[in-house]
Ligand binder design. Structure first.
Ligand SMILES: [Zn+2]
Ligand SMILES: [Zn+2]
Length: 185
């Protein structure tokens, strides 16, 4: 019994020193647990996962510049527009405007790059939008750090937390919106 099982062992195609019983269910190559990626249909090797992903990666190099620029400008614009509505509590404003501009950024980028897509483009857009918002909040953050350093921690901390919340909500909105686009079949 043990002998029989032993003969079925193969070595991982990436790690010849590792014996394994696992196989990729697409290319059938033996894979060690470290190389195996769990998918809804079973274990696959990383190469098969990658080539599967490439089918969905249609973005061209210019799309990264266009997408990044749009995301940075709109990321900045969101923080600017948010300040035009001063009657909302900062946290409520951060939530509403971050989600709204996250959606606007995705729609604008998608239109500008003719709906081409890639995982990397999503990352570029998230980072550029966050940087744009960070520039928008820059002065506010500096002012509030001064307020904190003057001993009014609570007063200075709240707007900074609201700014961070804004950037987090914007990033999550973009990620869920654009990832849905990347992985949808
Ligand atoms: Zn494979
Ligand atoms: Zn391996």
């Amino acid at each position: 019994m043990t002998e029989e099982l032993h003969e079925e062992y193969q070595v991982c195609y990436k790690h010849p020193d590792r014996k394994t019983l696992l196989r990729c269910n697409k290319c059938d190559r033996p894979i060690c647990p470290e190389c195996a990626v769990r998918t809804p249909t079973g274990y696959r090797c990383k190469d098969c996962i990658k080539s599967q992903q490439k089918v969905f990666d249609t973005a061209e190099s210019k799309d990264y510049f266009i997408g990044g620029a749009i995301a940075a400008v709109l990321g900045f614009a969101g923080t600017f527009v948010m300040r035009l509505v001063p009657f909302l509590p900062v946290f409520v404003a951060a939530l509403i405007f971050a989600a709204a501009f996250g959606k606007i950024i995705c729609a604008a980028v998608r239109a500008a790059v003719s709906r081409r897509r890639s995982v990397m483009l999503t990352r570029v857009v998230v980072i550029a939008a966050a940087l744009g918002a960070l520039v928008g909040f820059g002065q506010e953050i500096i002012v509030n750090f001064n307020i904190i350093s003057m001993g009014m921690a609570y007063m200075g901390l709240m707007p900074i937390i609201a700014d961070i919340l804004y950037i987090v909500v914007q990033s999550v909105t973009i990620l869920s919106d654009m990832n849905g686009m990347v992985f949808r079949r």
